[in-house]
Design a protein around this ligand. Structure first.
Ligand code: AKG
Ligand code: FE2
Length: 327
C-alpha cells in the first residue's frame, strides 16, 4: 500500500512514480516470454505470406520486432495489443489476451497501489494498451512521421466518452524494461490535473493525431519520468502527459492500464472490463485468461458489425474539429 505521503503527493502533483514495486521475475518476465511466442506467430504468418524473407527466429525480441516492422514497412502493433481498434474491425483482427498479461493486470502490488488511490473495489477499465516502440530511426514513416512515435500531449480523460466524466479513472503505466529518457520515457506537467478537461485538437500535430496545444497548459513545467524495470507511474485522469521519442537503439516496451471503482462508467462501453479486485465479492474477480479472451472475442464479433468504413454507429471519441483553440 502507498504511504500517506505518497498519496498526498499524487493528489498535489497529479502523478506518482512508485519505485521498485512490481517484482520483475514474478510478473514481467512471464509477459516477455509470452510475447516472444506472439512475435514468433507474427513472424511465421508474415513469412508464410511472403512479406518477410525469414522468420528471424535467431534474433532476440528487440531486434526481431524492429527488423520485421522495418522490412514490412508497417507497425504490427494491433497484433500484440490487448484491445481492439474503434473501427473497421473484422473477425480476423488480431489481439492478444494471454494469461501472463492478465496476471500483470491483476498483479497484487499493482492493485494495492490502485486501492490506495481509488479504493478496494477495482474494475479493470478496458482503456489499456501494450506499446512496443522500436527505435524511431528504424520505424516506417507515415506522413513524414515515424509510426509508433512519441505520444502527443493529452489527458486520459480526453480519450474516454463523456459518460465517464464522473468516473474516478486511474492510469497505471509501467515498462517491461528500464526506460531512460533516450528510450522515450513519459513526460508530465506536474499539477496540470487541477484545470479540468482541456481541449484536444484532432490532426493538430499531423494527420490522425489528437493533441492538447501547449498554449493551454504550463508546458515549461514539463518533467521527464525515466523509470527502472519494476517501477510504475500513476496518473490522475486530468494530468497532462505524453512521451518522448525513442532515440535509443532498443525497443521501448510498456503497459498502460486503467482502473476505476466498480460500477462507474468506463467511457468505452463496447469493450469488456472486468472485476480486478473486490473485497465485497472476491469470487467475481477475473483470473482466467480463457474467460478474458472469450470476452474480447465476443466484442470483436460485435465490432465487426459496426463502425465500418466511414460510418460511426458507436462513437469512441469526444472531440470534433473546428474549435478556436485548435487554429
Ligand atoms: O506510453 C506512452 O507512450 C503513452 C502512455 C500514456 O499516455 C498513458 O499511459 O496514459
Ligand atoms: Fe495517456
Amino acid at each position: 500500500m502507498l504511504t500517506a505521503q505518497q498519496i498526498e503527493r499524487f493528489r498535489t502533483d497529479g502523478y506518482l512514480l512508485v519505485e521498485d514495486v512490481i517484482p520483475p521475475e514474478r510478473y514481467l518476465d512471464p509477459v516477455i516470454a509470452e510475447y516472444e511466442g506472439v512475435l514468433d506467430s507474427l513472424a511465421n504468418e508474415l513469412c508464410a505470406g511472403g512479406e518477410i524473407d525469414s522468420t528471424y527466429a535467431d534474433l532476440p525480441f528487440d531486434k526481431r520486432v524492429t527488423r520485421i516492422y522495418a522490412e514490412t514497412g508497417r507497425a504490427h502493433a494491433q497484433y500484440f495489443d490487448f484491445s481492439l481498434p474503434f473501427s473497421n474491425v473484422t473477425e480476423q483482427t488480431p489481439f492478444w489476451a494471454g494469461q501472463a498479461v492478465l496476471d500483470a493486470l491483476t498483479a497484487e502490488p499493482i492493485l494495492d497501489v490502485a486501492e490506495s488511490l481509488i479504493g478496494p473495489e477495482l474494475y479493470s477499465n478496458p482503456v489499456q494498451h501494450v506499446r512496443i516502440k522500436p527505435p524511431e530511426r528504424y520505424l516506417p514513416k507515415a506522413n513524414g512521421k515515424a509510426v509508433l512515435a512519441a505520444t502527443e500531449w493529452h489527458q486520459d480523460h480526453g480519450v474516454v466518452t463523456p459518460e465517464a466524466d464522473e468516473t474516478d479513472m486511474l492510469t497505471i503505466w509501467f515498462s517491461l524494461t528500464d526506460t531512460p529518457v533516450e528510450m522515450g520515457c513519459l513526460k508530465v506537467v506536474p499539477g496540470s490535473h487541477r484545470n479540468g478537461l482541456l481541449q484536444h485538437c484532432l490532426h493538430y500535430s499531423g494527420p490522425g493525431t489528437r493533441t492538447i496545444p501547449e498554449k493551454l497548459f504550463e508546458a515549461e513545467k514539463t518533467i521527464p519520468l525515466p523509470t527502472r524495470r519494476g517501477d510504475l507511474i500513476c496518473f490522475h485522469k486530468q494530468t497532462v502527459h505524453g512521451s518522448l521519442a525513442n532515440v535509443s537503439e532498443q525497443v521501448r516496451w510498456s503497459f498502460d492500464l486503467r482502473y476505476n471503482p466498480i460500477g462507474q462508467h468506463t467511457g468505452r462501453e463496447l469493450f469488456p472490463g472486468f472485476i480486478a479486485r473486490s473485497r465485497k465479492a472476491p469470487h467475481l474477480e477475473l483470473r482466467d485468461a480463457g474467460q478474458w479472451r472469450a470476452n474480447w472475442l465476443r466484442t470483436r464479433s460485435r465490432m465487426a458489425t459496426i463502425n465500418q468504413g466511414d460510418q460511426t454507429d458507436v462513437p469512441f471519441g469526444r472531440w470534433t474539429e473546428g474549435h478556436p483553440d485548435c487554429a
